[in-house]
Design a protein around this ligand. Structure first.
Ligand code: ADP
Length: 269
């Protein structure tokens, strides 16, 4: 990490950067009549979905129901065959301000053998804010704050490979916070994480959401979803339910989408 020094000049010039230039009324995610298929058969069919700033939305559905594909369309990684996808008010495929989005994947797919420390991972969140410059004092303060926010201040010098699953996921959230992400997208982030760390992880997500960060959580565990999200989008090629979590719990959507009462026990796979 030889780019990092105590030099402040480069980053202080960017002090006005950040979420303030967002048009506050734009939806974060806006899908309009979107259909998409990898082959001739659509796996996402005529979906309209609008997620506004500050929402905490869970996307649920059985395996193969199109959750990851929907996410790729929403983030512009795939283009709809029909309909329109917008991200922060811009066509999703043309969106190029990736810092506004923090992505936390399943930890199984996270690189665990990188020989770098927690702090260095979080510092990566600042790099695009300084262009090809150096991380300055303000950047370092933002990194320190992000580490404190996720409760990793004491572990900042530890190698990422030597963390527990829950700690590693919190480090990736800290990287997104250091990048001043406005949208956190999480794809089953606590698979394989011990129960106590899972609780701490969702407490953290909740407090970040209360501070205004939009949270979109792809999750197969219905119990987790109903405990934490404000709104549920239940998917199975089309949207089967979209509304407040309390209404989802009382609706027939879980049984319809998953086709099994086992879903109610919290294991929808
Ligand atoms: P989920 O995330 O809900 O498990 P996906 O969006 O991954 O669902 O998959 C939806 C459907 O699209 C599945 O039938 C899956 O097999 C298919 N699919 C996903 N990715 C690809 C791909 N890259 N190429 C072809 N088919 C794919």
């Amino acid at each position: 990490m030889s780019r990092i020094t105590g030099e402040e000049a480069a980053s202080d010039a960017t002090a006005e950067d950040g979420p303030t230039d967002a048009a506050p009324d734009d939806p974060v995610i806006d899908l309009e009549d979107v259909s998409f298929g990898y082959t001739a058969t659509p796996v996402v069919d005529d979906i309209s979905l609008r997620i506004d700033p500050g929402e905490y939305v869970a996307v649920v559905g059985p395996n193969g129901s199109g959750k990851s594909t929907l996410l790729k369309l929403a983030l512009g990684l795939r283009r709809p065959d029909e309909g329109a996808a917008r991200l922060f008010g811009e066509p999703a495929h043309a969106f190029d301000d990736g810092d506004r989005i923090g992505f936390v994947a399943q930890q199984a797919s996270a690189a665990t053998d990188m020989p770098i420390t927690v702090r260095e991972v979080v510092e990566m969140g600042r790099f695009s804010h300084v262009g090809f410059g150096l991380l300055g004092g303000r950047d370092q303060r933002i990194v320190t704050d992000a580490l404190e926010t996720v409760g990793m201040g004491d572990l900042s010098d530890r190698r990422i490979a030597n963390l527990s699953g829950g700690q590693r996921q919190r480090a990736f959230i800290a990287r997104a916070l250091a990048g001043e992400a406005e949208l956190l997208v999480l794809d089953e982030p606590t698979v394989g994480v011990d129960a106590e760390s899972v609780a701490a992880f969702y407490d953290l997500l909740e407090s970040l959401n209360e501070e205004g960060i939009t949270v979109v959580l792809i999750e197969h565990d219905i119990g987790t979803v109903t405990d934490h999200a404000d709104r549920v989008v239940c998917l199975n090629r089309t949207v089967r339910f979209d509304g407040p979590t309390a209404e989802f719990v009382e609706s027939d959507a879980i049984r319809q989408a998953f086709g099994t009462a086992a879903a109610l026990a919290g294991d929808a796979r």
